[in-house]
Design a protein around this ligand. Structure first.
Ligand code: PBG
Length: 334
């Protein structure tokens, strides 16, 4: 019998031949429900600035941000994640502006919730936009970020955001025990329905560079790094340990960050715990795609939707992505 006569009984290409059977066997579907839009807010009125390293992303004053939020709502995006650009003079060693009840974040939260009660609003729990040294917490004389002092500050920040009406606080600082402490403080203050989205597995990643430009913390941080609190990219088991602790402390949702280079962690976390699991396609991932697109090297729509689908395939329940509005629009037009 010649080699060529050994035709296979199973032909994988049969199901791939036509659009109808490709659609019937498709395992994952992307919708606007999967997206959380990260946004940058700055003080002032009718003010808008491009972020140089994130083409298409803007820092906006509250009035203009409301228009962006309206677009997100109209496209069915469930939530946005708010990041503030804090003016230099308001930054300090201890980041006290982070719990100013009339600060930029609480003002923005109130405006968003008033205009769009149905839109989920998530705020970041960390001090880096507010500190003169750009670290996420309070430092000692050697620059070491102090755990307990920082957690005490994060509690004040979370209570301030909750009082402004935020739906979800998202501690992104990687201090030990912060989720439990924040949970207890929220409950004691009557905010037992304020959710916690824990940045559980947040790696000390070089992919955050453009974000630090966007919020204006890179100059403050200078040559310092975040290795004493963010995770080593070499580790996987440690992420499971972090997630286990955060869930015990009362986190409602967990996050893995960055996204695409860490999809193995997303899959392991989802398999191990089966809880609402999110991933953050971070600023550097956005910048890489945009740079290639601007050079004409990649098809933006196809490549973005492919990356977002990959998050779903890895087990993510949702994706924080700067492409949220574009992606939701592309999906609608499809
Ligand atoms: C700060 C924070 C960072 C990001 C989200 N929250 C930067 C950092 O840890 O230095 C990065 C997001 C992105 O790169 O898109 N706590």
């Amino acid at each position: 019998m010649s080699f060529l006569r050994q035709f296979p009984a199973t032909r994988m290409r049969r199901m791939r031949r036509d659009d109808f059977s490709r659609r019937l066997m498709r395992e994952h579907v992307l919708t606007a429900n999967d997206f959380i839009l990260p946004v940058f807010v700055l003080d002032g009125e009718n003010r808008e600035e491009e972020v140089a390293s994130m083409p298409g992303v803007k820092r906006q004053s509250i009035d203009l941000l409301l228009k962006t939020a309206a677009e997100a709502v109209a496209l069915g995006i469930p939530a946005l994640a708010l990041f503030p650009v804090i003016d230099g003079p308001l930054k300090s060693l201890d980041g006290a502006e982070a719990w100013n009840p009339d600060g930029l974040v609480p003002r923005t939260v109130r405006a968003l919730k008033q205009a769009f009660p149905q839109l989920g609003v998530i705020t970041d729990g960390a001090l880096d936009p507010y500190t003169t040294h750009g670290q996420d917490g309070i430092i000692d004389d050697n620059g070491y970020v102090l755990n307990e002092a920082t957690v005490a500050a994060l509690i004040k920040q979370a209570l301030c955001h909750a009082a402004a009406g935020v739906d979800v606080v998202a501690p992104s600082d990687m201090m030990d025990g912060r989720n439990g402490s924040i949970r207890q403080a929220l409950d004691e203050a009557g905010f037992e329905l304020t959710r916690i989205l824990a940045y559980s597995a947040k790696y000390a990643s070089a992919f955050y560079g453009p974000f630090r430009d966007a919020v204006g913390s890179s100059a403050n941080l200078g040559k310092a790094d975040k290795y004493t609190y963010q995770m080593d990219p070499a580790n996987g088991n440690e992420a499971l340990h972090e997630v286990a602790l955060d869930l015990t402390e009362g986190a409602d949702m967990v996050m893995i960050k960055p996204g695409l280079p860490y999809l193995d962690i997303v899959r392991r976390v989802k398999d191990e715990f089966g809880v609402p699991t999110y991933a953050y396609q971070v600023s550097g991932e956005y910048a890489m795609i945009k740079a290639a697109v601007q050079n004409g090297w990649l098809d933006e729509k196809k490549v973005v939707l492919e990356t977002l689908l990959a998050f779903k395939r890895a087990g993510a329940d949702g994706i924080l992505t700067y492409f949220a509005i574009d992606a939701a629009r592309w999906l609608k037009d499809q």
